[in-house]
Design a protein around this ligand. Sequence first.
Ligand code: NDP
Ligand code: ZN
Length: 356
Amino acid sequence: MKAYAMLGLNKAGWIEKERPACGPMDAIVKPLAVAPCTSDVHTVWEGAIGDRKDMILGHEATGEVVEVGSMVKDFKPGDRVIVPAITPDWNSLEAQNGFSMHSGGMLAGWKFSNFKDGVFAEYFHVNDADGNLALIPEGMDPVAATMLSDMVPTGFHGVELADVKFGDEVLVIGIGPVGLMAVAGTALRGASNIYAVGSRPVCAAAAKAYGATEIIDYHNGPIAQQVMERTNGKGVDRVVIAGGTVDTFAEAVTVLKPGGVIGNVNYLGSGEFVKIPRVEWGVGMGHKTIRGGLMPGGRLRMEKLAKLVTSGRLDLKHLITHRFNGFEHMEEALLLMKDKPRDLIKPVVVLAEDLY
Ligand code: NDP
Ligand code: ZN
């Protein structure tokens, strides 16, 4: 089969590979639409997971099931499904302990384009199909549904980590697609003022549409200073981090009120340590909690988040700015994600001709 792969560090391109085999609990899926992710860029061009040779890229997809294993009960060939980016082994001890994303080891629930081939291929393999796949609900656009693979659950997980409550004032740092979904989740959780940090006008407009009350451009001075000015020096109750660098933590800690929580879903790609400012952290006694996590994945989460869309509470339409028809556009779409032009939020590539 034809696939788009990481050929080595800093190299990506087309390859031919064997179609994957289906185990008893697994499914083989043919993609309907796929989306490149900032994480694919970190993988190829920043060495985020080390070197890989001829590993098929991609972890965001909707697809049509073409084969299921003998033990799969709830899915059959022809079913159109949402495939989560994180596909844990649901009978692992880590999953039983509530941390499915770490099934098999830290971050090991992230299998696509990490421990095995990803979804940018004519066919891909899904482990634990009953635990990981979710049917695309009636009436939902399978192309827009690709946003449920990773962008929606990751942004929303940032909100869960920050434990946003009614009336909270929240700072969301980063308003790429992940941060935008953090803004949407924060609004759904009942926050009052939502300060959103970013600079691309298209992202700022989408952040407003998803519920941001104010946009802060990090080019206009330190984020902490800009937030303090807007909150009469009091700061915020919660911070979700979905962009920036290791240094962003210091800003987040500085603006957090005692008792507040930081939820990080941002990939920290450089620097040996994350520094916590001593005084701003209450000289060790400020009750300022810092959490960071990979989104948990799995079927139930996909089904519930899909219901937010079908019930009209979450609109995915602001996320997709670039749509390509045909697998041959895969490289173009991935390079857009790498170069981040000012008009980009998220590209998708449609593979199923009936969806063109
Ligand atoms: P984008 O690159 O599209 O968005 C990043 C955002 O951060 C933009 O709004 C950008 O602003 C802003 N930003 C950049 N630099 C700074 C800075 N110095 N200070 C403050 N804000 C800044 O990324 P995505 O939304 O696609 O992904 C966000 C992160 O989430 C990535 O690191 C990605 O790897 C990670 N991720 C994590 C997952 C998980 O499960 N934990 C899963 C998927 C992704 P501007 O408008 O100027 O571009
Ligand atoms: Zn992703």
